[in-house]
Design a protein. Structure first.
Length: 475
C-alpha cells in the first residue's frame, strides 16, 4: 500500500517529455502561498530540487513566484533604486554599463539561474574582446550591486557576482609636479582669465568640479572662509550642479590673501553679472569641465611645462603639503577625503631624492655625522670599538674583553645589573689606560658588594620568616 503524503510534502510525477516535475505550495515574494514547480531529468533529481525548495520555505525564505530575467530586473533596479537615490553621474554610469554590456550579454538569463561559472565565462569573454581590466571591474561592481539588491528583496538567494575572479587592477602611476614646476605654472598663468581657478586647484587641491561649482555666496569675506557645498558635472548632454562626492567633501577652508585678491580681480575684469557661479564662460554659461581641462593643458604646452592631468594637481598639493611637514590629518581635511589612508596611499607621493634624504637623516641619527668618512672595524658583538694601534689601546682592548666576560657571568647569575655599554663608555672617557682599568675594577667591586649584601639580606629575611612560621601554632 502506497504511503500517504504529509501536508506540505509536495509531489513528483513524470511529464510527457520524459522529464520529472515536482510541485509544492510555498510562500512567494508576492506574499501569497502558491504552487511552485521544479524540474529534473530523473525522479531523484526532481525530488532533490523539491526538497531544497521546501527547506528554503521552512527557513522563511520566499520563492520568486515567476521566472524573472536579469535584463528585466536591471531595468527595475535602475528606475526604482538607482535613479531616486544616487547622484545623476552615478545613475548615468550604471545605465551605460547596463545598456552596453550587461543586457546584451546576460539580459536573457533567468536571474535565479545565474551561477559563478556563467558569470566568470562572461567576464573572461569581455577581457578577451579587448576591454580593459578597469572597465571589466566596473561591470562586475555594478552587476554585484544589482544582485545584492535582488538578494535583499529575496528575488535570489545569493549573489554569484561576488565570486568572479579578475586580474588585479593596477592604478596608473601619477607623477605630480614639483614645487618648482607648480610655481612656474602659477607664474605663467597669472595673466590668464582663469588664474583664480588655477590658484584654487593648486593651493587647496580642489576637485575640478568643486572649482567650477563655486558660487559667490560661498566666499565669506567676514570670516575669511571658503565654503565648499556643490560641484559642477557633465551628465550626458547637460551640465548639472549637484552635491559633493562625500560628506567629508563638504568643508570650510581658510580664505588665503592671494586667492581673495585673484577673485576680486576676476570679478572686476571678467565676471559676468547676474550669475551665481564664479567661473563662467564669456557668455555667462557654466564652463564645461572638459574645456577647462583642455585650457589647462594648452597653457602648459604653450610655456614648455610638463603636461599632467588636471586631477594630478590635487596630488601635487597633497605631496607639497607632506614635504612641508604638514600632518596627514590636516591634509586629509583640506582635500576632503573620508579616510586618511586615501590621502597617504593615493595622493601623497615621494621621489628618489626624498627617500635618499630621509635615509641619510636616519644614517646620521644612528651612526653619527662622521659615518660617511669612517669605516667601522669588525669587532666582537656587544663590545666597544677601540680605534688606534698603540700598545696601550691593545692592552685596554684585552682588559675590556676579559672584564666583559666577568660582567656577563655576574649578570647571568642574577647579580647587580649594570649596563656593559655604560661601563665601557665611562672607562673610555678617562685620560689614561691605567685610569680606565682602575675605574673599571672599582665599579666591578661596587657591583659585587651590592650583590653580596642583597644575597645576605634575602637569606636573613627567609630565615626569620621560617622561624616565625615554625613557632606559630597550627589552628
Amino acid at each position: 500500500m502506497a504511503r500517504r503524503r504529509s501536508n506540505g510534502e509536495g509531489t513528483t510525477y513524470p511529464r510527457k517529455d520524459g522529464r520529472w516535475e515536482g510541485a509544492a505550495y510555498v510562500l512567494t515574494t508576492s506574499g501569497e502561498r502558491k504552487r511552485v514547480r521544479v524540474y529534473g531529468k530523473t525522479q531523484a533529481e526532481a525530488r532533490q530540487r523539491l526538497a531544497e525548495l521546501i527547506a528554503q520555505n521552512d527557513q522563511g525564505i520566499p520563492t520568486a513566484d515567476k521566472a524573472l530575467k536579469l535584463g528585466d530586473y536591471l531595468d527595475y533596479w535602475l528606475t526604482e533604486v538607482v535613479k531616486p537615490n544616487r547622484r545623476p553621474a552615478t545613475y548615468a554610469q550604471c545605465e551605460t554599463i547596463v545598456r552596453l554590456y550587461l543586457k546584451p550579454g546576460l539580459g536573457d538569463q533567468l536571474i535565479n539561474k545565474l551561477s559563478a561559472p556563467l558569470l566568470q565565462r562572461y567576464a573572461n569573454q569581455l577581457l578577451a574582446d579587448g576591454h580593459s581590466v578597469s572597465k571589466v571591474h566596473v561591470v562586475k561592481k555594478i552587476l554585484s550591486t544589482a544582485l545584492t539588491r535582488a538578494e535583499r528583496e529575496e528575488v535570489v538567494t545569493r549573489n554569484p557576482a561576488r565570486l568572479i575572479e579578475l586580474p588585479t587592477l593596477e592604478p596608473g602611476e601619477v607623477e605630480p609636479w614639483s614645487i618648482t614646476e607648480a610655481s612656474q605654472f602659477l607664474t605663467v598663468a597669472r595673466s590668464h582669465r582663469l588664474y583664480g581657478a588655477f590658484l584654487l586647484l593648486m593651493l587647496y587641491g580642489l576637485r575640478r568640479g568643486e572649482v567650477l561649482g563655486l558660487r559667490w555666496q560661498d566666499i565669506d569675506t567676514e570670516k575669511n572662509e571658503l565654503h565648499l557645498r556643490q560641484q559642477l558635472q557633465r551628465v550626458g548632454q547637460q551640465l548639472l550642479t549637484g552635491p559633493l562626492k562625500t560628506r567629508a567633501s563638504k568643508r570650510d577652508l581658510p580664505l588665503l590673501g592671494p586667492v581673495l585678491r585673484a577673485l576680486h580681480d576676476y570679478r572686476e575684469r571678467h565676471a559676468v553679472r547676474k550669475t551665481e557661479l564664479i567661473f563662467t564662460s564669456t557668455q555667462g554659461t557654466p564652463i564645461d569641465p572638459d574645456n577647462f581641462r583642455r585650457t589647462f593643458q594648452t597653457l602648459c604646452k604653450q610655456h614648455g611645462l610638463r603636461v599632467i592631468k588636471m586631477h594630478a594637481l590635487r596630488h601635487t598639493a597633497a605631496t607639497i603639503l607632506k614635504d612641508l611637514g604638514v600632518p596627514a590629518r590636516d591634509t586629509q581635511l583640506i582635500l576632503g577625503h573620508s579616510r586618511i589612508t586615501t590621502t597617504q596611499e593615493l595622493y601623497q607621493h615621494t621621489d628618489t631624492n626624498a627617500r635618499r634624504s630621509a635615509l641619510e637623516r636616519l644614517e646620521g641619527a644612528l651612526l653619527g655625522p662622521d659615518s660617511k668618512t669612517k669605516t667601522a672595524p669588525s669587532v666582537r658583538s656587544g663590545l666597544p670599538v677601540v680605534v688606534g694601534d698603540d700598545s696601550g689601546s691593545r692592552q685596554l682592548s684585552r682588559q675590556m674583553l676579559k672584564m666583559g666576560d666577568t660582567i656577563t657571568s655576574i649578570i647571568s647569575g642574577g647579580a647587580y645589573r649594570i649596563r656593559t655599554d655604560d661601563l665601557f663608555h665611562a672607562i673610555c672617557c678617562q685620560e689614561t689606560v691605567q685610569e680606565r682599568v682602575t675605574e673599571m675594577d672599582r665599579k666591578l667591586k661596587v657591583g659585587r658588594r651590592r650583590w653580596l649584601l642583597g644575597v645576605v639580606a634575602v637569606n636573613l629575611a627567609v630565615k626569620e620568616r621560617f622561624e616565625s612560621d615554625k613557632n606559630t601554632p597550627y589552628i
